[in-house]
Design a protein around this ligand. Sequence first.
Ligand code: NAP
Length: 286
Amino acid sequence: MARTRTARLMDGAGLARRIIDTSAAAAADIHGRTGTAPCLATVLVGEDPASVTYVRMKRARCEKAGIRSRHVALPASISTRGLTEKITELSDDPAVHGILLQHPVGRHIDERAAFEAIAPDKDVDGVTTHSFAAMSFGLPGFVSCTPGGIMRLLDEYDVETAGKHAVVVGRSPILGKPAGMLLLSRNATVTYCHSRTSGLSDIVRQADILVAAVGRPHFITGADIKPGAVVVDAGYHPGNVGDVDHASARDRAALITPVPGGVGPMTIAVLLAQTVEAAGRQLGVS
Ligand code: NAP
């Protein structure tokens, strides 16, 4: 029989606000005890308008939470060597506690090499091989912010992951892949789908927990969603459109993240929380 109830919304905006409030209190405590405010360095290569906006937004949230931000704007023409040298400088600078390199950095640059120049204890965006290994092994370390935000949302809504079939559509290094590893470390049975997957709809239909991280508007529709599934839509496209067709998905899912106000705000909240955590450790007060 068809479900007649619509899905409950997972309020990422509200949870993000609470996480940021907690982080702001912790930042003030660190500042009070050490005389030093936590500091996030943001590195932007070029002037891509979306990246400029993302970095501006992240810096504004930091400042509001009592986290200093140091912005490094680099020309689009910078070489891999020039960029890794700059990031190494920040890694060695004791006044900087966290480093965010805004993705993407330009096709001529080896982005992986640039990410690897971030010291693991300052990798508050969870982009280094070290952080990925920690996520995969279930060891302490910083998580990729969007997947970390997704896990916090699942926890907030008491979503059981153990023994559930989690399907992650997308396998990018910053989103799909780590999201799957975090779900696996919580004992979900994880299937990844990507551009070479055959029979994608059939696999998605088996998902108890679906993470859409594919970067294509309305790629997944209600017809592909198992009734009662938990649907996490990480996609974001102009016009507040996600990777899931929300209108049809809501009639099938039990829980679903809205766009906007779902995964997006959680990403920034995790970035701030991890920056404060990094500062606390480096300043010896946590
Ligand atoms: P990405 O690097 O472009 O990766 C997209 C993934 O989807 C790839 O693994 C790709 O497969 C797969 N894919 C593409 N077309 C497909 C198709 N037709 N069928 C099956 N799989 C397909 O994107 P991303 O950076 O992970 O971002 C994904 C989405 O999340 C975007 O909408 C982005 O805006 C959003 N996002 C949101 C946040 C946030 O804070 N809310 C943060 C980051 C990203 P292959 O690996 O085979 O190419």
